[in-house]
Design a binder for this molecule. Structure first.
Ligand SMILES: [Zn+2]
Length: 93
């Protein structure tokens, strides 16, 4: 389960590393062409503002940001197998 601030626990970090090894092929940034990416070690909750409140939905994601132009890639952490649905308290995936 991620820490309250979204920091990945050791198992999630390991699953993130497995995902990276399998899928991350050092892509070029589609905006500036750089390969200089940073990754956040936290899960972000992307909130559907149309459904705010107790019945609201959110989508857990890990992110990669281009260090040159700031372009950001979001990957659903449940879909990627990094976090579990209950851990991320997601409404939908
Ligand atoms: Zn860029």
């Amino acid at each position: 389960m991620p820490e309250p601030d979204g920091t990945l626990d050791p198992q999630e970090r390991e699953r993130f590393d497995v995902w990276l090894a399998r899928y991350w092929e050092d892509p070029d940034c589609p905006i500036c062409g750089s390969k200089d990416w940073s990754r956040a070690e936290k899960v972000h909750q992307i909130i559907n503002t149309a459904t705010l409140g107790p019945e609201g939905t959110s989508y857990p994601a890990v992110s990669f940001m281009c260090q040159v132009c700031g372009y950001t890639i979001l990957v659903n952490s449940i879909g990627a197998g990094i976090t579990m649905p209950d851990d991320a308290e997601a409404g939908e995936t």
